[in-house]
Design a binder for this molecule. Structure first.
Ligand code: GLP
Length: 256
């Protein structure tokens, strides 16, 4: 794994976007795994800027990591009623670039049979030839996607119960400002599994801010454990690049 430390969020985002753009230029029909959360927003803004400057996303295939169960791609709903990751991805990226609608895959939180949907999602990823590059953040409890503490490191796409910490973090980040009462926040999600993520050919993991410093040190330099599912990065055999700002890197030991 390669750890890159950038001075601030802006530089971290530019660097990450450039890695994604480089892949899109080299392989116009690449398969990209996208993540949600506040962390990748700067990267997506830079990708939008690059698109306006000519970067062509018309051939890419997109697979998102996760979605809350019970909400989803219902674009008829007003913004304040829908905090779905589908809406997030359209607002923050997809609507602003020329990715083709039929090439966008997001777990369907409104699926009638979520388990069947999860199995089909895995098949869709395989049919696309696997993921070339998976973008990842990290949750405050060390999760990737919504693989909460205790999730098997070989898990596949499935329904997961969200922990109190994740509900608190994500309520503060998204739901509160939309004026949605805490009781209405979904408590389960569909997520790619850790096993699914580890099959991607390249990973980029990003984190910023001092709040993430402790969990980043645990994930990258602590024991590999299902208690911190992102620690699975230490088992990963493909090319993994971790891009951090100085604050998120501040608890790492022996950085060169
Ligand atoms: C959510 C997502 C994760 C993301 C995490 C961190 O729980 N499911 O994929 O990494 O939030 O979010 P943020 O970037 O807002 O800290």
């Amino acid at each position: 794994m390669e750890i890159i430390v950038k001075e601030n969020y802006q530089e971290m985002s530019l660097y990450t976007a450039e890695m994604v753009a480089d892949l899109v230029r080299r392989k116009p029909d690449c398969v990209i795994g996208f993540a949600t959360g506040r962390t990748p927003v700067g990267t997506y803004q830079e990708l939008i800027r690059l698109h306006k400057a000519g970067l062509d996303f018309s051939g890419i295939r997109a697979f998102n990591l996760d979605e809350y169960l019970g909400i989803g791609r219902d674009m008829s709903k007003p913004y304040d009623q829908d905090q779905s990751y589908a809406r997030f991805m359209y607002e923050e990226l997809f609507r602003h670039i020329n990715v083709k609608e039929e090439n966008i895959h997001i777990p369907d939180g409104l699926a009638k049979d979520p388990d069947a949907f999860c199995a089909a999602y895995e098949q869709e990823i395989s049919k696309a030839g696997g993921i070339d590059l998976q973008i990842l953040g990290i949750g405050g409890d060390g999760h990737w996607g919504f693989n909460e503490p205790g999730a098997s490191l070989s898990s596949r796409t499935r329904v997961e119960n969200l922990t109190a910490q994740t509900l608190d973090d994500n309520y503060e980040a998204f739901y509160r400002k939309a004026g949605i009462p805490r009781e209405q926040m979904p408590t389960q999600a569909i997520t790619m599994g850790i096993g699914t993520i580890l099959e991607a050919r390249n990973l980029i993991m990003i984190a910023n801010g001092s709040k993430k410093a402790g969990i980043i040190a645990k994930a990258l330099q602590g024991p590999v454990t299902s208690a911190v599912t992102a620690s699975a990065i230490q088992l990963y055999t493909g090319k993994a690049v971790v891009v951090l700002d100085r604050e998120a890197a501040s608890a790492l030991r022996n950085l060169k």
